[in-house]
Ligand binder design. Structure first.
Ligand SMILES: Cc1ncc(C[n+]2csc(CCOP(=O)(O)OP(=O)(O)O)c2C)c(N)n1
Length: 943
């Protein structure tokens, strides 16, 4: 090592290494060890601070010292005063380090006063040598590399205890990024974000806490026994959100998107979003109101008041900002990825190429429960999205509303780790714990968190430790299960009471002023309630409306695209930059796409790419994600090309000359739940975009069942929230066993009602083309679930011609074009890939009285087309529904009655397929083949 090697390094870095060295001499690179032990005059000239320190050190041993769990005892071989001092320096450094690492163990985080466990590493008396006050006074703080204001170790120690073991605590030493760690240490120890509040700020804070408490108390009195999931015990959350919004706006956000559960939600609705008290009370009064109707669409079910979403505009010192509270189901934490997706959509400019992402524009906040944060896997899945290029939102503020109990479950029953937040440590994010009874510390935590997010664009966790003043809800008695805690809480003054008392004591407000605030808030609430009551019976409340969710979602859309246009797009989709080397085998496959336009045989991948490209030129942005989706699980898509020599990636679809919208495509992490939740969130915030998520195999979509059940299919009915989210679920029986066969079509059909979603299983590339375009272009947005093929992706017969896509349109039903109508007595009706098994079977030729037709759209059931189909055969005797899925799965049970309704008098309906089965398919390929053969023969066999 020479002086040149340290160009750009500063003394700080060298001293950090020295700290490491003192703690563990083998833990630093050999050249630095060499330097610390033997010195290098040139280098020492470059780093004078270090030189001075080394000089002191070289007078003694290597100075290594460590805390010990043993009680203090005299060091064995301390003979010279210098050596003792040297060892004291090392012990001092260890103490600084211990406070950073373990200070949280001695912090006073529990408002209910439980004693922290502490840690021996934090105790100066346990150090070797024993750090007497005299010895401490001889150690200059400057060489301890701490940022607390201090002259010596003696005054640094209480300062460190104040910072790390007070009502705030920090976990940051697990962070792998050195710069982030150093920044956090500096910010925390220098108290950069714990600046004392001004008297004005304190008064405002007291007023806010008074509003928060006042509202909960009023609601409890006025609506005795009704569920409100009171915030009390975590009241300070509302001023923390105020501060967050203020700082987010200052950093350039125009929207804050919040996801939270039941706890404190009504308070957040009123105070953070700004919904008038009346509208909240109206829901308690059970009146159907304008607001209630807007959340309870015609024919929809609506939802309970603590699930409803809301949006408001807040004034900040920087200007107005939109604050959105996402609607969410009871399923705790399920909204997390939805909020992330929503935020990402807000942050994305979708006008060209790959889209432009600017994380400053919107800010996500997730408020978690202390029991649900460690318990629900979706939290980990969501945390894993934070730094992925296709998913990042530039850092989320995670606020754990930690009331130290989950319903009736104590923390020891609910998690295996000390803190509720521990999971987050694995995601390299800082964690700040703060006592909810110290509002100033809580505000300080937010200031630090937001500064960190702004600088590093990463998530931050604030674990707000409070309590729950009452039961889980207002009908529960907390003392049944947490009697001691309940007893403590009963005599524990509220945060408002404590803060008011402090401000009175400090002379910031008078007792009269503090009491006056309480009266004022109560008067406001009473007035709002009276206004509401007097509006009853005066026609202000809307009458109950009977009705239905708009049923006509099948509007006419032109999905065909001119042949010339398609040729141009096809060419552009194959164009790569000069010198870009596509894998030769792949290049050959892609070249076939040129021939296919003339010779036929446009396959799925090509049809899809053309559908996407044409939409981009019509200004429709597209976002496509899924596991390995860029290539496609079945190697059929190849939307991203990789240079075989350089590894460079090029996506021709992002370079179309006439595109006026963006094409985002990302391989997703190996997640279904958060991955689908994210896309759902994205799709509701980007209603103009075609957002698609592809399952690796359709079977895996059940990993996202909560998002499907609670958002995708029911969001419209509950919250009037719908989207164009399109799920591509590879489905079809090809002998790959129980887990690679079924996209669980039956589940989606069971969940389909009131035209909430669309479900299709198409059999040609052209149908896929038209289906996708229709989904993007139709005026009425609805989620679409597509059972996509595997084998058909390249099956010749499933390929299409240029004319099919240039002139055609989407057909919900495909008739048998080769059938002799006079001869046909039976229609075998099927859906999806089994069609090719039927028409390709050796028994097909002999079955002349059989027509084979396809149901391509399963929901909404195409009544008109199905009726026309059967009416087209004058001598029809029966319809056989043939499916490869077991009888309790697939489409049969959901569409049986629909088919019956479409059949003329005297025409029978019969089922052919696998029998009732507990598992979707056979595990053995030969058993599969035998079963497929049996099904097809049964469908075709006549006489
Ligand atoms: C996925 C899921 N499982 C179970 C429940 C039932 N449940 C409702 S609240 C609750 C306790 C939540 O505790 P915590 O996360 O600490 O939030 P708190 O209610 O204490 O604010 C439970 C288990 C639920 N809503 N969601």
């Amino acid at each position: 090592m020479n002086a040149n090697d340290v160009d750009g390094l500063n003394t700080g870095y060298a001293q950090l290494l020295l700290e490491e060295y003192l703690d563990n001499p083998d833990g630093v690179p050999a050249e630095w060890r060499e330097l610390f032990e033997n010195g290098d005059p040139e280098l020492l000239t470059a780093l004078p601070g270090l030189a001075r320190l080394l000089e002191t050190l070289r007078d003694g041993s290597n100075g290594h010292a460590a805390a010990t769990a043993e009680p203090a005892r005299a060091p064995a071989v301390v003979t010279r005063p210098d050596e003792t001092l040297l060892a004291a320096v090392a012990a001092g450094v260890s103490l600084v380090k211990a406070h950073r690492m373990h200070g949280h163990l001695a912090a006073h985080l529990d408002p209910l006063g439980s004693e922290p466990p502490g840690d021996p590493a934090l105790e100066p008396e346990r150090m070797v040598p024993r750090l007497t006050p005299e010895l401490q006074s001889q150690v200059p703080a400057r060489i301890l590399r701490t940022y607390v204001p201090a002259e010596t170790l003696h005054d640094a120690l209480p300062a460190l205890r104040g910072v790390y073991c007070g009502t705030s605590a920090y976990e940051l030493e697990h962070i792998s990024d050195h710069e982030e760690r150093v920044w956090l240490r500096q910010a925390i120890e220098a108290g950069r974000y714990r600046t004392p509040l001004s008297p004005e700020e304190k008064k405002r804070l007291l007023a806010r806490l008074t509003e928060v408490e006042g509202m909960e108390r009023y609601l409890r009195r006025a609506f005795l026994g009704q569920k409100q999931f009171s915030i009390e015990g975590l009241d300070v959350m509302v001023p923390m959100l105020d501060e967050t919004i203020e700082l987010a706006a200052e950093a350039g956000a125009h929207e804050v998107v919040i996801g939270m559960a039941h706890r404190g939600r009504l308070n957040v609705l009123a105070h953070t979003i700004g919904r008038p008290y009346e509208t909240i009370m109206r829901e308690f009064e059970g009146e159907r109101t304008l607001e209630a109707v807007s959340a309870d669409p015609e024919g929809g079910t609506g939802d309970v008041k603590y699930h409803l979403g809301a949006e408001g505009t807040r004034q900040t010192t920087t200007g107005p900002i939109t604050v959105t509270l996402a609607a969410n189901p009871s399923h705790l934490e399920a909204v997390d990825p939805v909020v992330e997706g929503r935020t990402r959509a807000e942050q994305t400019d979708r006008s060209s190429r790959a889209g432009r992402h600017d994380a400053r524009v919107a800010f996500p906040i997730l408020i978690h429960g202390d029991a649900s944060f460690p318990g629900q896997g979706i939290v980990a899945e969501t945390l894993n999205l934070q730094s992925l290029a296709g998913y990042s939102t530039g850092g989320t503020l995670h606020l754990i509303a930690n009331n130290q109990v989950g319903f009736t479950t104590d923390p020891v029953e609910g998690r295996s780790t000390r803190y509720s937040s521990d999971l987050a440590k694995g995601f390299d994010v800082p964690i700040v714990h703060v006592n909810a009874d110290d509002p100033e510390a809580a505000i300080g935590a937010i200031r630090l968190a937001l500064a960190f997010r702004r600088l590093f664009e990463k998530d931050v966790v604030v674990d707000l430790v409070g309590y729950r003043r009452f039961g889980h809800n207002e009908q529960d008695e907390a003392a049944y299960t947490q009697p001691l805690m309940a007893q403590k809480i009963a005599s524990h003054p509220s945060v408002r009471e404590q803060f008011a008392a402090r401000l009175v004591e400090d002379g910031v407000v008078t007792q009269e002023e503090a009491d006056g605030l309480v009266k004022e808030v109560e008067a406001q609430l009473r007035e709002a309630h009276e206004r509401l009551r007097s509006s009853f019976g005066q026609g202000a409340a809307s009458p109950v409306r009977e009705g239905h969710i708009p049923q006509s979602t099948g509007g006419e859309v032109v999905t065909a695209v001119e042949a010339d246009r398609l040729r141009e797009l096809n060419e552009e989709l194959l164009r790569v930059p000069e010198g870009f080397a596509v894998h030769p085998k792949l290049a050959k496959q892609l070249e076939r796409r040129v021939e296919a336009l003339d010779a036929g045989g446009i396959d799925w991948g090509q049809a899809e790419a053309l559908a996407f490209a044409s939409l981009l030129c019509e200004g429709i942005p597209i976002r496509l994600t899924g596991q390995d989706t860029e290539r496609g699980t079945f190697s059929h898509r190849h939307i991203a090309l990789h240079d075989v020599h350089t590894g460079a990636v090029y996506k021709p679809i992002q370079h179309l000359a006439d595109a006026t919208a963006s094409f985002e495509v990302h391989n997703s992490p190996l997640s279904e739940l958060a991955a689908v939740g994210f896309e759902y969130g994205y799709s509701i915030a980007a209603p103009e975009a075609l957002v698609l998520w592809e399952a690796q195999f359709g079977d895996f979509v059940n990993g996202a069942q909560i998002i499907v059940d609670q958002f995708l299919v029911s969001g419209l009915s509950k919250w009037r929230q719908t989207s164009r989210l399109t799920l591509l679920l590879p489905h079809g029986y090809e002998g790959n066993g129980p887990e690679h066969s079924s996209g669980r079509l039956e589940r989606f059909l069971q969940l389909a009602a009131q035209e909430n979603i669309r479900i299709a299983n198409v059999t040609t590339a052209a149908q896929h083309f038209h289906l996708l375009r229709r989904q993007a272009l139709e005026a009425t947005a609805r989620p679409l679930v597509v059972m996509t093929p595997k084998g058909l992706l390249r099956l010749k017969q499933a390929g299409s011609t240029l004319a099919d896509i240039a002139e055609g349109s989407f057909h919900p039903v495909l008739d048998d074009s080769g059938a002799d109508r006079e001869r046909v007595r039976r229609i075998v009706l099927c859906s999806g890939k089994v069609y090719y098994d039927v028409v390709g079977h050796e028994a097909r030729a002999a079955a002349e009285s059989v027509a084979v037709a396809r149901l391509e759209q399963l929901y909404p059931f195409p009544v008109r087309d199905a009726t026309a189909l059967v009416q087209g055969y004058p001598h029809l005797e029966e319809v056989v529904w043939a499916q490869e899925e077991p009888q309790n799965m697939g489409a049969w049970r959901a569409i049986r009655h629909r088919l019956e309704e479409s059949l003329p008098e005297g025409v029978g309906l019969r089922y052919v397929g696998r029998p009732w089965r507990a598992s979707p398919s056979e595990g053995y390929p030969t058993a599969h083949l035998r079963e497929q053969d049996r099904i097809v023969r049964a469908a075709l066999e006549t006489g």
